[in-house]
Write a protein that binds this ligand. Sequence first.
Ligand SMILES: [Zn+2]
Length: 292
Amino acid sequence: MFRNIFIFFILFTALSLVSCQQKTVDNNKIQLTVSIIPQKYLVTFIAGDKFDIQAMQPIGSNHETYEPAPRDMEKISASKLYLALGALDFEMAWLDRFKASNPAMTVINTSEGIQMISGHHHEDEEADEQQNHGIDPHTWLSPSCMKVQAANISKALSTIDTANASFYNSNLNKFNQTADSVDRLIREKLAGSEGKSILIFHPALAYFARDYNLIQISIEQDGKEPSPAYLAELVKTAKGKNIKAVFISKEFDTRNAEVIALEIKGKVVVFDPMADNWAENMIHLADLIASN
Ligand SMILES: [Zn+2]
């Protein structure tokens, strides 16, 4: 009995030591915050284990409707650098507040240098006239745009940690090779699909469509649920183009997509724009488009 308690005590002490050590290691790392999960993939690629990286938006939440919770704001107060995607709704509404709550934090727009696509509409557009609405934020769903972001991230990390600049630069080169092979695979899979129209509920693929010569047709109408008249028009267009698939991001309600799929005798194809393994996810997306 006594021996068991002794062993338990030893184990307990050992576990506490491990957790203390873990904590010490984390505290030694500078914290960075990104906006969404796919950026975490990219920043981890460039930063390796040199930083503690966290995403503002929790897994499973919708990037179009997400609002930072108090526990998300704690990430801001602990961060030295905020790597914004560039044009997300919540960034437009919250970046100034992030800066105010931690004036020592540097804020970088990682999409700087990308030729942004306009014409992406949001439900609250009228309410926020001065904000940067209308700029399409979905730059992470494009290998060419991700390469621009990678270069911006490598530069930002090298600025706050000059001692490891060559490490970040060599990781940047590795990422560029990965993005190039993802791009090659996508082109192989989409060979013969040039000019193909993709009917999609929330128009997240504008940059992807620009890169790979596809046409994105949005079911959402100016960021809102489509009107019956617009739905009827979409069904007519889809039938005319012999479209058999309705694409939808997994965090959206599929009801409207199902109605259209039924009308065109096609099917609903669900994809996940927020997957944490970006490279695999992009190749999977190309497969879905090529086979539907
Ligand atoms: Zn979106």
